[in-house]
Design a protein around this ligand. Sequence first.
Ligand SMILES: [Zn+2]
Length: 115
Amino acid sequence: MKPYKNKINRIRTFALSLVFIGIVIMYVGIYFKNQPAVMVIFMLLGVLAVIGSTGVYAWIGLLSMKTIPVECPNCGKQTKMLGRVDMCMHCNEPLTMDPALEGKEFSEEYNKKNS
Ligand SMILES: [Zn+2]
């Protein structure tokens, strides 16, 4: 079984890891201080990764406006939903906005069908 996660949380994790990847790339660049050209390339890649994560964070901001705040029936906490089906941010309970999908087994495929 695939471990499904709340989409907003997943994108946030991705943005955070991008920052760390950027820092690691820049750190690797320091080892090439005898070859300034290589070092500059690593530094630029690192900066790009950090800028990319900023972009992803901005994207999360935009997506957050489209999310629907719901109360999770399982844990009773407020969570944000994106798309027709999503998971609770706190307990990973599958949630759906579509009554036709209620009770069906959770699948992210439901978000891809636009018919
Ligand atoms: Zn929950």
